[in-house]
Design a protein around this ligand. Structure first.
Ligand SMILES: [Zn+2]
Length: 393
């Protein structure tokens, strides 16, 4: 089931364990990660990184991710990893993410605060929690090195307190010595710094660059407030190793021959991580502590007045699909005309919101107000509307 990530990570932060946020780049990852979470009866975060959009089209993959989350037997949240801009975060929310990260960590503190606060205002208006990053988690090797160039910059506890206070982020990614990608040797982590940050803040902390840490290091991270661990490189390596072995064995060479076994390799690594990070068997108590994530539909049935032609109504609906569909928190705008000529109401809007909070932010959004006041309401006085919540079994 899809749940509110704030509730999920609060439960982990209070309960002394961490939820894995596993980046996925294909259906093999999606299925392998969920099989791992279900195998351990644990909550899980399905994470899609903007930097991986070269490998898939999020508009195509997200419906599969949503569907997988809804039918999963364990609590699931869907998170946008390393969103680069306000627009990317808004687009992500409209595509179905129920948590977003804004990464302005390469900017100076003041600019990071300004950019992060803008995302928080927009996302909170949509009911969506936000992860910020302060300090800088660099990459050292492999594909992630180019995406995270430069040196590690450690998070300062004082700046972290100021950043969280002024931006309103729900979760904070900290930099205490981990790196994106593969580690060379065992990294030195600054646990004193982490403890100081955790003491100053009362929000779940996040670690990026989890691949290659020792069991003891993971345990100490979690003891000091880390409730979400981002993890990708080891999954990608495990799947890549399987493909490498398949390529060398015998004379098979088709795509399906190559990827056979990758899902299971991903599942095994996910299960190992979940067990190590304390999430095994937590699904029931997380489910009890979390608000379920239900979509809201805004339905209007209406007739246009006699002075308005069918062509004008069609043009108005077309404009509405474009204008209203771009408002943050609006996942889909469907318009329709009755099949029968003598229906009591001839036309409808069906607008899918990410969360109940969007009912208010949508109503107040300038683009909605302008459209409703000048294009729709003047010609459609005869209308009925309802906001309703999905009821899923
Ligand atoms: Zn990261």
């Amino acid at each position: 089931m899809l749940v509110d990530m704030r509730d999920m990570l609060r439960h982990a932060h209070a309960g002394g364990y961490a939820v894995g946020a596993f980046d996925l780049v294909s259906l093999d990852f999606l299925q392998g990660i969920l099989a791992g979470a279900e195998g351990q009866d644990a909550p899980v975060i399905l994470s899609l990184a903007e930097s991986h959009y070269a490998f898939f089209d999020p508009e195509l993959l997200m419906p599969a991710v949503r569907r997988a989350a809804e039918r999963a037997g364990v609590p699931v949240a869907i998170h946008l990893d390393h969103g680069s801009t306000l627009e990317a975060a808004a687009r992500g929310i409209n595509q179905g993410f129920n948590g977003v990260m804004v990464d302005a960590s390469t900017s100076p503190l003041n600019e990071n605060i300004t950019r992060t606060r803008a995302v928080v205002e927009m996302a909170h208006g949509c009911g969506i929690p936000v992860e910020g990053e302060l300090g800088y988690v660099a990459g050292v090797e492999g594909e992630d090195a180019e995406r995270h160039p430069g040196e590690v910059i450690y998070t300062s506890p004082e700046e972290a307190a100021q950043y969280v206070e002024t931006t309103g982020v729900d979760f904070l990614a900290v930099s205490i010595g981990t790196v994106h990608g593969r580690m060379r040797g065992e990294p030195q982590l600054d646990f004193e710094r982490l403890a100081a940050i955790n003491a100053r803040l009362s929000i779940p902390l996040v670690i990026h660059g989890g691949t290659g840490l020792s069991d003891t290091q993971f345990r100490r991270l979690i003891e000091n407030g880390v409730a979400k661990i981002n993890y990708y490189t080891a999954l990608a390596d495990a799947a890549g190793d399987v493909i490498g072995r398949n390529a060398l064995s015998g004379d098979k060479r088709s795509y399906t021959d190559m990827v056979t076994g990758t899902q299971d390799a991903i599942r095994q690594e996910v299960e190992r991580c979940i067990a190590l990070w304390g999430g095994s068997g937590m699904a029931d108590s997380v489910r009890a502590a979390c608000r379920p994530w239900r979509e809201i539909e805004h339905l209007i049935v209406y007739n246009t007045d006699d002075a308005t032609s069918d062509e004008q109504t069609t043009a108005m609906m077309e404009e509405g699909r474009r204008v209203l569909g771009a408002i943050p928190g609006v996942q889909q705008v469907v318009t329709g005309t009755s099949v029968l000529q003598d229906a009591a109401y001839r036309h409808c809007w069906l607008i899918r919101f990410a969360h109940t909070a969007v009912i208010d932010s949508y109503r107040e959004h300038p683009d909605h107000k302008a459209f409703a006041d000048t294009r729709f309401r003047p010609v459609a006085a005869n209308r009925i509307s309802i906001d309703f919540r999905h009821e899923l079994d």
